[in-house]
Design a protein around this ligand. Sequence first.
Ligand SMILES: Cc1cc2nc3c(=O)[nH]c(=O)nc-3n(C[C@H](O)[C@H](O)[C@H](O)COP(=O)(O)O)c2cc1C
Length: 281
Amino acid sequence: MKEFDELVRLRHSVRNYNDELLDETVVTAVKDILKLSEKVPFGSKVRFELVDVSKSDYSHLRQLGTYGVIKNARWYIAGVLKYPVENHKNCMLDYGWGFEKSVLSLTDMNLGTCFLGGTLSRKTFGELVRIADDEVIPCVSPLGFSDEKPHLKEKMLRVFASSAKRKAVKDLVFQDNDTRLIKSELADVLELVRWAPSASNKQPWRFRIAGNRVEFYLKRNPLYKKILAMTGAGDLQLIDMGIAMYHFQKGYAQRGIEIKWDDKQILSPPSGVEFIKGCHI
Ligand SMILES: Cc1cc2nc3c(=O)[nH]c(=O)nc-3n(C[C@H](O)[C@H](O)[C@H](O)COP(=O)(O)O)c2cc1C
């Protein structure tokens, strides 16, 4: 098993897959990982279903509607969420947290993944995993072994989203003084958060730090509100926050520190952001 920090650096979105079928032992291991990822911090009801599209013909595969963004994937993970619920925020955070937990465990098996929250046909996936009236599919991910060469559309998408780039920590963190970041493991953990995937690589996470207190904030991009309203699917930027929280929490767990989230906004926020969660480190 690889170290968590290494997995974070290894993971990247894979959009081009080879035709290799996954054998029974791999499929069983994947299903175990998906099951384990359903245990999420705020108790939302999520299920991650493995969908085998290899038995269907290719026209059906295309109908899965990833708009040509994904090539050759024979397996998909459909992330199903019970919704609506009273606490929209917690359930989207849980969803991102659990999905990313499985993504990183699958990276450890050398399996490629790619969050899809925009370029997918929810209707088709909904039929495939038979979602109930009170369930939605905010995201899916293809699953399989990567074809070494990214296809043209993938290359364009990566350039468009500047996928290989991340904002500098200083552009994400607002703190009272710099000393703590330089000295502590906080700098290492924030480095792990920086490499988290986010919708269109917008990296909407912002952090306020004072002493041992860290607060997570969301800098929203108005475009995603529109997507949410149009599709009724998922609050992609809250899902981004859940993904980042998983990196943070697991990063600390690896260093022997247990993170407990709270809803108390204590620090004064940076401007134009939404409070998400806080914790002590
Ligand atoms: C919530 C979410 C939704 C995403 N939706 C899509 C999508 O619809 N189509 C796509 O090609 N990539 C999608 N991505 C992948 C991002 O573009 C990608 O994670 C980002 O550019 C960073 O690149 P990396 O994953 O290779 O590090 C999504 C990522 C996240 C976290």
